[in-house]
Design a protein around this ligand. Structure first.
Ligand code: F3S
Length: 390
């Protein structure tokens, strides 16, 4: 591949991996079974980024792995959000280039809900931080937090450098975290705050001690928040991470840390405080929600006659279009294939947003200058209903 026998695009992809692998001191390359490429919003990568991906597709790059997916883009698939026609055309060129290389164009940050779900011990190359944390911490697969172009190169060559999270010794826990909270501080919002605090203060591999359990939505929020507020690739979660018991038994000398209710509630105040009806919009789906959460939201809002406050729910492109249409009947904007963070938010004219996502709470003020308020999913739904008089 490096000699150019398989074409210029494959040669370039392999050169990227070899150069980075050598710089990191990796001894060799290993095969990967799955890739996930982030950074595909035209709002982020511009014309130059699109032309680079097109160059790979034009010069014969094709995916060599079983499963290859891409992250959300700058626009939703159905035109629910306003579109700039020139940028939309650019986004479609990019989707087309990925499709020609053999990628699934289901555009989602939860590829594990859309057929790209690697198993325990599989070596993969993913580049969306929340998905990387999910792959390592929930599925037991092995990936570093790769850059988008590295994940692309891994897909084209079917290889990644043997380094970091691919090695047993790098996956050993370094910090033992005790979460001491009352039962009412365990919902989807608070688990995200726990993730944000861990991401902010831990530089290593955290292991959360027995006694702290959250449901699937809480796990997703916790991991996504940790990825946004820090640079962690893996968190050991009791009852969730496949190798938890073994890792816990090796954590007696870990650095110890405790997080309590007070710290969690103070963090919320510092970020923007609790949500009320005085916001311009509600946003759920960072990371993208699956159809069971979407059903839950729609059933609740159906009962109270729909939402009065604009209510955006971000989902992957694999979610059936019928959800978009049903959402419109309830005044819910189900946006497939994008989210409020990667879209050009100024087109919506929003100044304040309520969310249950601590990842969104990190990016929305920094990228879009939007004020954020926080609430768990049930609270956000009741605000939406209450605003309708329901
Ligand atoms: Fe996904 Fe957008 Fe959040 S890509 S993780 S919904 S910032």
């Amino acid at each position: 591949m490096l000699n150019g026998e398989y074409g210029e695009a494959v040669r370039k992809a392999m050169e990227i991996l070899v150069r980075i692998g050598e710089a990191l001191g990796a001894p060799r390359l290993i095969p990967v079974t799955s890739v996930h490429v982030s950074g595909i919003s035209v709002n982020n990568i511009g014309v130059e980024g699109v032309e680079l991906i097109e160059w790979f597709a034009r010069n014969g790059a094709r995916v060599l792995v079983k499963r290859a997916t891409i992250n959300p883009m700058g626009f939703d698939l159905d035109g629910i959000m306003p579109r700039d026609s020139r940028e939309w055309a650019l986004q479609l060129r990019l989707l087309n280039a990925f499709r020609n290389m053999g990628f699934s164009t289901m555009v989602t940050c939860t590829p594990y809900d859309a057929g790209n779900r690697p198993g325990r011990g599989e070596h993969i190359a993913w580049s969306e931080s929340s998905a990387v944390l999910y792959a390592n911490s929930v599925l037991g697969a092995r990936t570093n937090r790769e850059g988008g172009i590295v994940a692309l190169a891994a897909g084209i060559t079917g290889r990644i450098y043997l380094w970091g999270m691919h090695l047993d010794e790098e996956r050993m826990p370094t910090h033992l975290i005790r979460i001491v909270v009352k039962d009412d501080v365990r919902n989807d919002l608070y688990s995200g705050v726990v993730g944000a605090i861990i991401g902010s203060v831990v530089d290593g591999i955290p292991l959360i001690d027995e006694g702290y359990r959250v449901d699937e939505a809480g796990v997703r929020n916790l991991l996504a928040a940790a990825g946004a507020w820090g640079s962690l690739p893996l968190i050991y979660l009791p009852g969730v991470t496949p190798d938890y018991r073994d890792a816990r038994s090796r954590c007696d000398t870990c650095e110890r840390l405790e997080i309590d209710d007070r710290e969690i509630k103070d963090f919320i105040e510092r970020v923007g405080g609790y949500a009320d009806e005085n916001v311009d919009a509600i946003f759920v789906g960072c990371p993208h929600v699956n159809t069971s959460v979407l059903d839950y939201i729609m059933n609740k809002l159906e009962k109270c006659g729909g939402t009065k406050i604009p209510f955006y729910v971000a989902v992957g492109g694999h979610v059936p279009r019928e959800y978009v249409d049903k959402g419109l009947r309830l005044n819910i904007r189900v946006v497939r294939g994008t989210c409020m963070v990667v879209t050009e938010l100024s087109r919506l004219g929003l100044e304040s947003i309520a969310t249950n996502s601590m990842k969104a709470a990190f990016y929305l003020p920094r990228r879009h200058g939007v004020q954020v308020k926080l609430g768990e999913l049930d609270k956000l739904v009741s605000i939406a209903c209450g605003a309708h008089g329901g």
